[in-house]
Design a protein around this ligand. Structure first.
Ligand code: NAI
Length: 396
């Protein structure tokens, strides 16, 4: 079929297998140019199909020849209806990994559930025996609690006061003011239940109790801080509370892994266009300006560059530097004083008319469409493509 982008707000309902494949191959090439000797060897990635999780899987496999198991929640294709992009990414990754003699298998389902945890445990036992690294990179709006069956919904809201600021509709380029009402009721607790650390801890507890974590095992989850411009809706909002909880969980995990010298870390990553971040108000305008400034300074990175730096210069480097709260920082370039001062200056000037010049709206849009395999160089979108792509190592 011919597959074209069909957008609705900040989501795209279609995805292109060839474009997704190109994106994955490009990331693989990048990592092949940065090999490492002491990276992980047997890796489980939860949230492995897109964004930072996919980059983590590729960095493990191609940076240090790791065997990888990827867990994700993606829509398979149906005749005449393309799959979600993470499906095509995972197929492309596994096809290439298998060609290159690397072990790679995947599990598609709800990582919050006991069933998927048990299935993953079984696969580890059967195929790998143990793992030396678990990357926790879930971004989900909902979670059904595996023990109570209660369904929690996360919200992206400020706490206390209404937040008013500018944002951009990146499809039309219109810069406009938006107001977001503060959270109410159980919003904070619900958001913590979805995006906080409980599920990460559950994975670790299960795998530890079944003795499949190696000595010196490491686990990392991803967090975000960002500037004062976005803090009311991000770091000091409901999602920020969930990130506080996630960060606190890293210490609990380290404590629970003492006997195997295991470590739990949180890495604070840079703001990037992913399916998760395009849903957050204000962030698209911030990212458009940030991209412009970081590209001009020659310090722009995508997910793969971020994770390569995280693995090689932080997690698996001789000397791991942490911030005063015990977190790994790869948002260091985003948060540099000169970068933030420039973004703040541009923020005051950003209007529908000025943004195309003072910001990188074009870069934002390209990155957004790239997520779904569109606008990718070298792909002929007029050519018929088979939507019924199979993930070769998918477990049923
Ligand atoms: P993403 O939307 O690209 O990836 C989310 C992944 O989670 C996908 O693999 C998806 O299949 C999987 N997933 C979602 N629900 C699932 C479920 N119930 N069961 C199994 N898999 C499920 O998101 P992104 O942006 O890569 O986010 C990953 C983490 O990085 C999140 O914790 C996010 O807060 C954090 N982060 C993101 C930043 C950004 O700017 N995008 C910046 C810093 C941190």
């Amino acid at each position: 079929m011919i597959i074209e982008p069909k957008t609705r707000g900040f989501i795209c309902l279609t995805a292109h297998p060839k474009g997704c494949e190109q994106n994955v191959l490009k990331q693989i090439e990048y990592i092949k140019s940065k090999p490492t000797t002491n990276g992980p060897k047997k890796v489980l990635v939860i949230g492995a199909s897109t964004g930072f999780g996919l980059a983590s899987r590729i960095t493990s496999a191609y940076g240090s020849n790791a065997s990888t198991i990827g867990v994700f929640f993606e829509k398979p294709p149906k005749e005449g209806r393309p799959a979600s992009p993470g499906w095509y990414n995972s197929a492309a990754f596994e096809n290439q990994a298998h060609k290159d003699g690397l072990y790679a298998k995947s599990i598609n389902g709800d990582a919050f559930s006991n069933e998927i945890k048990d299935q993953t445990l079984k696969l580890i036992k059967e195929d790998l025996g143990e793992i030396d690294m678990l990357v926790y990179s879930l971004a989900s709006p909902v979670r059904t609690h595996p023990n109570t069956g209660k369904r929690y919904k996360s919200v992206l809201k400020p706490i206390g006061d209404t937040f008013t600021n500018n944002t951009v509709d990146f499809h039309t380029g219109e810069v406009k003011e938006i107001s977001i009402e503060p959270c109410s009721g159980d919003d904070i607790d619900n958001t913590i239940a979805v995006m906080g650390g409980e599920d990460w801890q559950m994975w670790i507890d299960l795998l530890k109790s079944e003795n499949v974590l190696s000595k010196d095992f490491k686990t990392v989850a991803y967090s975000y801080i960002g500037p004062s411009l976005t803090e009311a809706v991000y770091r000091k909002g409901t999602i920020g509370r969930a990130k506080d909880d996630l960060e606190a969980t890293a210490f609990k995990i380290t404590e629970s892994l003492k006997d195997i010298n295991g470590k739990g870390y949180v890495s604070v990553n840079k703001a990037l266009v992913t399916q998760a971040s395009s849903a957050i108000p204000v962030i698209p305008l911030y990212i458009s300006l940030l991209y412009k400034v970081m590209k001009e300074k020659g310090i722009h990175e995508g997910c793969i560059e971020q994770i390569e730096r995280l693995f090689n210069e932080r997690l698996y480097a001789e000397d791991l530097q942490l911030d005063e709260q015990g977190r790994i920082r790869v948002d260091d370039w985003e948060m540099r004083d000169d970068v933030q001062a420039k973004v703040l200056e541009l923020w005051q000037e950003a209007t529908t008319e000025t943004l195309p010049t003072i910001g990188d709206l074009e870069g934002y849009k390209i990155d957004f469409f790239n997520l779904f395999g569109f606008d990718v160089e070298g792909v002929d979108y007029d050519k018929d493509v088979d939507e019924m792509v199979v993930i070769p190592g998918l477990q049923s």
